[in-house]
Design a protein around this ligand. Structure first.
Ligand code: PHE
Length: 339
């Protein structure tokens, strides 16, 4: 039995055949099982002898079966390892890379610039009280200058802010001058009842700036904005101040920057005068300081407000404000440099 068994095991060609052989010998009616059952009929002298022999036969066959099975399993594993190797040198798939919106890039560039000069960046609220948007900015009810900014009212004394200037009053209300001068910028969305066209949008973004301390003057404003213009538009830019009017500043100015090359590809921003307006600014009106409980005899300040879209349009030679809001990838993907 043993030699016959070892021979068929040797010739088995896979795990299934091996299993069939195991059943043939060790199954309920298998050869070994039957032989073992026959043992009970042997005499007492024969039992130990035959028992020892049959144990040896059984062990030999079992061992051989196990060895063969281990060998088959190892073979199978090798085949799988061969078939399932990864080619780690294979080129990966390219994922499209996103970037922040051009307006976000410009806003962050301006924020970084002022952060570097020790300003804090403050958040305001897009839904604002009439009090803060107008009255605290020296625009009482029926003030004619309210017409400069057509307003979305959303309730009694509640509106979509028309500029970021109300943040001035909010910050002055709580500032503690024992902790140092007040220097802040505040970026955010503003809303006006304008019909959208190439240069108007019912929603756009501004950055407000405010500095209040002892002896702050128009000269400080000019120095600050001069630096700003050079950083943002190029080293050889100059600025000039033109007299203007805002109810919350006195004197008020409009700030122009000298002609410059934008974007690239021969793009040049220039008007006949050689100057382009970039923002409104001025010395904070004493009444505005006083309404926040700041002594205008002791303190003075300057403020400015710029449109982020306008700055971006000048910087990159973009001629239609609607480009910013149409989410056309052909437009947006041109500005992946920084983001
Ligand atoms: N708030 C003004 C505007 O929206 C801009 C401005 C801000 C002017 C601060 C002067 C000082 O037009």
């Amino acid at each position: 039995i043993r030699d016959a068994a070892l021979a068929v095991i040797e010739q088995a060609s896979d795990l299934d055949e091996l299993e069939a052989i195991r059943v043939d010998y060790f199954g309920r009616k298998g050869q070994i099982t039957t032989a073992m059952k026959g043992m009970s009929q042997l005499s007492n002298e024969e039992k130990p002898l035959i028992g020892k022999l049959s144990n040896e036969v059984r062990n030999a066959i079992t061992l051989s079966l196990e060895e063969k099975q281990a060998q088959f399993e190892a073979d199978l594993l090798n085949i799988r390892l061969k078939e399932e190797t990864l080619d780690v040198t294979l080129q990966g798939r390219k994922l499209p890379k996103g970037s922040s919106h051009i307006l976000t890039q410009v806003r962050e560039e301006i924020e970084e610039l002022f952060l570097g000069m020790g300003y804090m960046v403050v958040d305001g609220s897009e839904v604002e009280q009439d009090d803060y948007n107008f009255k605290r900015m020296n625009l009482p009810e029926d003030h004619p200058a309210r017409d400069m900014q057509d307003t979305f009212y959303i309730g009694h004394n509640l509106l979509m802010r028309t500029h970021t200037s109300p943040v001035q009053a909010r910050v002055m209300d709580v500032h503690d001058f024992n902790e140092g001068p007040l220097k802040m910028i505040s970026p955010g969305k503003v809303y006006r009842r304008d019909s959208d066209d190439a240069t108007h949008s019912h929603q756009f973004q501004q950055i407000e700036g405010l500095v209040v301390d002892h002896h702050i003057s128009l000269a400080d404003l000019k120095g600050t904005l001069n630096l700003f213009a050079k950083e943002l538009f190029g080293e050889d830019r100059e600025i000039r101040l033109r007299p203007s009017y805002f109810p919350f500043t006195e004197p008020s100015v409009e700030v122009d920057v000298s002609c410059f090359n934008c974007g690239g590809g021969g793009c040049r921003i220039c008007k006949q005068s050689g100057w382009i307006e970039i923002l409104g600014a001025g010395v904070v009106h004493p009444d505005v300081l006083e309404m926040s409980g700041i002594d205008s005899e002791q303190y003075s300040g300057f403020a400015f407000g710029m449109g982020i879209e306008r700055v971006a349009m000048l910087k990159y030679g973009i001629n239609d404000i609607r480009n910013f809001y149409q989410n056309d990838q052909r437009f947006l993907s041109q500005f992946k440099a920084r983001g």
